[in-house]
Design a protein around this ligand. Structure first.
Ligand code: F6P
Length: 366
């Protein structure tokens, strides 16, 4: 009997999503004759049964496109915003899955999507997921598609900021996305030659950051680039967060502290002001924001998304469900979804990237 699958993209958009949709879709159609339907705007579209036909025509010409042709949302099946309230719509989603006579639902997403997908698996659906996010914070995969493109964009931005920082003898504090993981700021900071890199995993002391900048000035370099990850915290902020978490009797900080993007930006502006006061140099903040997620995917992301997508199709044909298709060296691995959901891959403070940055004189402000 012909298999039928659904596919959706959920969470923040990421370069490479269309390449992945195409990878799954074209391999399903051409290698296995599997029928595919797309659901629009993540789990919301599945709940509302808003579909998009995915066939040879719609899967064509999308490899190089940024964003997602399916649209996306951050809506969760069990907490769907409905007329001002959050409602558990899992039953409706399960009913729509069966109404579409699906054998499997493929969910392309990051950490949040993994948790939502696991919930649907526990509600009885056959699920396969693919790891996408510019944050690179999904556990048990070498990397995620979207990260390489964002890394290139953020590095290019730092390159450009260098010449203006140098010309004006200024500090440029550049905020880089990543939510509560420092991979993107760390990678772009190293690749762009930042002088200071601040990441959530290594709480910083603003005085130590200022000292690193002043030391450069003393050596005849009166300009500095500070690459700060969205979730970077000073030692005091980190302690405060831990106390809050302890008060809530939950040691999992990530569950307790929900930080809107505006707060990230406010912290970056405040850091720039503090550095001005402490160093006597002018400082300018630059928030790269959603630029980092936009536009065409890099060649590496197209390749990764295509090969993970094709591997997902192979698993579907073998009826191997309940897994995330992880990048593993040059191949892929089917990792149980329950092992991935709820895990966040943050930067180990002794990671080789951190060590190499320290080796070339980068300050982490610690
Ligand atoms: O998870 C990807 C990401 O871009 C994070 O780096 C960032 O903190 C967040 O999404 C921004 O979310 P939104 O696009 O919903 O503002």
């Amino acid at each position: 009997m012909t298999q039928s699958i659904g596919i959706l993209t959920s969470g923040g958009d990421t370069p490479g999503l269309n390449a992945a949709i195409r990878g799954v879709g074209k391999t399903c159609l051409s290698q296995y004759g599997i029928h595919i339907v797309g659901f629009r705007d993540g789990f919301r579209g599945l709940m509302e049964n808003r579909t998009m036909a995915l066939d040879g025509a719609t899967l064509s010409g999308i490899l190089t496109l940024g964003g997602t042709i399916l649209g996306t949302s951050r809506d969760k099946p069990h907490k769907m915003p409905m007329q001002g309230k959050l409602v558990d719509m899992t039953e409706t989603i399960v009913a729509n899955y069966h109404a579409n006579q699906l054998d499997c639902l493929v969910c392309l997403g990051g950490g949040g999507t993994m948790k939502n997908a696991l919930r649907l698996q526990q509600a009885g659906l056959n699920i396969i997921t693919l790891p996408k996010t510019i944050d690179n914070d999904v556990a048990l995969t070498d990397t995620t598609f979207g990260f390489d493109t964002a890394l290139g964009i953020a590095t290019d931005a730092i390159d450009r900021l260098h010449s203006t920082a140098h010309s004006h003898h200024r500090i440029i504090v550049v905020e880089i996305m990543g939510h509560r993981a420092g991979w993107l700021a760390l990678g772009a900071g190293i690749a762009g030659g930042a002088d200071v890199i601040l990441i959530p995993e290594i709480p910083y002391d603003v005085e130590a950051v200022a000292e690193a900048i002043k030391s450069r000035k003393r050596k005849g370099k009166p300009f500095s680039i500070v690459a700060v990850a969205e979730g970077a915290l000073s030692k005091q902020e980190f302690e405060l967060q831990q106390e809050t978490a302890a008060k809530k009797k939950d040691k999992k900080l990530k569950e307790v502290v929900s930080v809107p993007e505006l707060v990230y930006a406010e912290r970056t502006l405040s850091l720039a002001r503090q550095l001005e006061l402490l160093t006597g140099l002018e400082a300018r903040p630059t928030i790269l924001g959603h630029l980092q997620r936009g536009g065409t995917p890099s060649a590496a992301d197209r390749l990764l998304a295509t090969r993970l997508g094709a591997a997902a199709a192979d698993l579907i044909a073998n009826k191997e469900y309940g897994v995330m298709v992880a990048a593993h060296g040059e191949t892929s691995l089917a990792v149980p979804l329950q092992d991935v959901a709820g895990q966040v891959k943050t930067v180990p403070p002794d990671h080789a990237w951190v060590a190499s940055a320290r080796g070339v004189g980068v300050s982490f402000g610690d």
